[in-house]
Design a protein around this ligand. Sequence first.
Ligand SMILES: [Zn+2]
Ligand SMILES: [Zn+2]
Length: 386
Amino acid sequence: MNIKSFSFDWNDYNGELSSFDRSQIMNIMEDYYNSDLSVAKIRSKYSISSNVRNLAKEFPFVYLEEKCPYDDSNLVKQLTSRTGYSTRIPQCPTCGHKLNSNCNCDGCREERRRIQEQKRELVILTYPTDIDKVKYEDLSSSSKIFLSALLHAGLNEEANKISGETIIENKLSPTNEFDEIILEHLLSKNIILIDPMSPIDAFSADNFPNEYYYFKVNYLVNVEMGSEGMGYLEYPDRTNIIQHHKEECLGMWRQIALYECLEYLVEQMNEARFNFNPQDKTRLVINHLIEEYSIGQIWNLIYGSVNNAAAWYQKSNVTKKHAANSVITTLNNRGDRAKAENWKLKSYRRSYNNKLSQLSMVFFDSILQIGNEGFEKIPSIDLISC
Ligand SMILES: [Zn+2]
Ligand SMILES: [Zn+2]
């Protein structure tokens, strides 16, 4: 190492070697970097106090070409130790700025604040909130029920926004996929809006701020509210819904049934350690079953089909994938068989793992007021009445 080629920052030097003059320090450095003398020998040669534990750390810093972005001072850097395996971080002798990403100097803090502010402005531009409020009377029954469930799942203490994070925590619907369908439905009709004051990291960094995470952003309710306030939206008028929108209610019952069955199927498949991601065929089979069976009965069929496949896998040398694929076919066949042979199919009970979703509670308990029958009876228009 050519010590003389460096330009040292003597002005700010206040290391443990301050009692030596510059030329002595240069000699110490020369011996340290360019001789075979052990550190102990160097210490005794110059009578360096034993308080100096790490010699290399006491050398003056070296000026670099690179300048500080905040005050244009040349950055300085500590020389590495003799063994040289730790790299030193360049820093500014004037303001203390360090050349690493988590520097906490005033300049960097201000810079980060400015970037956050710019991002916030961009979010505010992208997600305006001065959009005409939707009239509650104009909402479909599905929209009213979805909104009610969403408020149950995510309305914050101040009752002014819906927190995306609590949507999953409080289980809006049986599955995340259905949660997203509900949010999309309400967003597309401007019934809810993305809150532009949502945390900045709720927006994807890749396509900022056009993409966001459903369960990280917050939502604002964009419905005209009378004096009743939010409570009105949380508890829709069931009589009106049931009297005029029976078919819509039946559709919702079937949709909830589909997702409750998918939730249970995925859970059973996981328990059997089968890899599984429900596709169109699975939905077709379950939708077909929903015409003949209650959710609880379909759970019974699912339980049997998954366990059959697991037993088959154990006993034969069929591949795991093959066994897993057989589940949906078996499920379909068992459904048909049960009907043809007139099985008395017992309805399963909801287990502790399958917490009831906010949507199921709102729909079965508050709107239809049939409680557990929603789970134990075949979806039917005859059960939808005031
Ligand atoms: Zn600086
Ligand atoms: Zn800095």
